[in-house]
Design a protein around this ligand. Structure first.
Ligand code: TRP
Length: 335
């Protein structure tokens, strides 16, 4: 990120709480390389957010490195983009504290995700689960972010980030850029669970419900073969009445660089077996080159460590500017 050629900032983060799925790839990852031409991008492994749910320490550590490797394997240049782990940049936790004092308890309790997660993790409704969106606001606002690509599930959190930024700005002057959601041109490519196509595909779902970015050909074939369809036998897009078939069409289209209509046309008069074969083939063809690059990178521990260190240093320098300004504005004694 050179000082002279400044582009608007794009901020994106993912929790390294597991291996990413083809849902993450289709909905986000595959677009990032193109976005990095138009924006100065930060790609964050939100490991602090992951702690709101119990993690196995060794796995959280491993997944953080794996997600970083996967991002690079998908074509993101770690020199051009800032790829880093949230916990390596202490300013996130510090700004989150300040912003906690500008966020209302009622706002946080209204968040759909808080309500859902409290129900799912009833034995561990910790304060972090409640203040999660404040840390997310800190992530975004620290970098004077212009745009944040978010899926439907994070939209409410981004709205809250905007409210917090506006509230702070109205008290102290223009400290934060108020971030906008980035609406992707391929919006609508929402990938659903293979076993319950009315729910979003998630890495925390049951094993057969998602295809991981590192699944081998056999696993991909098996999971697609078992994917839920319907009994009318016709290959067409109808998310309401045919969510399973529509999902397979979406996946096939995204993974083969075609439109859903083109996929349907190419399979005209054929059955779901043919659709499943096409989906399987498209997934394998797209993932194979990414997976071989990923395997090479993830084995290179020194490279991953160096990449994360470099990313953290660059992120920290940017974050520090905003944090200093905030500390000064709210009246903390400056040394
Ligand atoms: N909460 C996001 C998710 O689970 C991850 C996240 C953390 C994030 N910080 C962010 C996303 C900042 C966008 C911007 O998907």
């Amino acid at each position: 990120m050179s000082e002279i050629e400044r582009k608007p900032i794009l901020y994106s983060a993912v929790q390294p709480s597991g291996v990413l799925t083809i849902g993450n790839y289709i909905g986000a990852l595959r677009n990032f390389k193109l976005l990095s031409d138009d924006y100065d991008c930060l790609f964050c492994m939100a490991d602090l957010h992951a702690l709101t749910v119990r993690q196995v320490p060794a796995e959280l550590r491993r997944h953080t490195a794996e997600v970083a490797a996967l991002y690079i394997a998908c074509g993101l240049d770690p020199e051009k983009n800032i790829i880093y782990a949230q916990s390596h940049v202490h300013q996130h936790a510090e700004l989150a504290w300040i912003l906690n004092c500008f966020t209302y308890d009622g706002e946080l309790r209204r968040m759909t995700q808080f309500k859902d997660k409290s129900a799912r993790h009833a034995d561990n409704i910790n304060a972090g689960l409640l203040t999660y969106p404040v840390l997310m606001a800190a992530d975004i606002l620290l970098y004077q972010t212009a745009v944040v690509p978010v899926g439907a599930d994070q939209k409410q959190h981004l709205e809250l980030s905007r409210d917090i930024a506006e509230r702070f700005n109205s008290l102290y002057g223009d400290v934060f850029v108020v971030p906008e959601p980035y609406i992707s041109k391929s919006a609508g490519a929402r990938v659903m669970s293979l076993t319950d196509p009315t729910a979003k595909m998630s890495k925390s779902g049951e094993p057969d419900s998602f295809i991981s970015m590192v699944d081998d050909a056999d696993a991909i074939r098996r999971k697609i073969r078992r994917a839920v369809t319907d009994s009318d036998g016709e290959i067409r897009v109808d998310a309401e009445n045919k969510p399973g078939v529509t999902n397979l069409i979406t996946i096939t289209a995204a993974m083969s660089g075609r439109t859903p209509d083109e996929v349907c046309a190419s399979l005209q008069g054929q059955g779901y077996g043919a659709l499943k074969d096409a989906a399987t083939q498209a997934i394998i063809d797209t993932l194979s080159p990414i997976q071989s690059e990923y395997k090479r990178l993830v084995a290179d521990k020194a490279f991953i460590a160096e990449t994360l260190k470099n990313g953290a240093e660059r992120a920290s320098a940017l974050a520090n500017r905003t944090l200093r300004k905030v500390y000064k504005k709210v009246g903390l004694y400056q040394l």
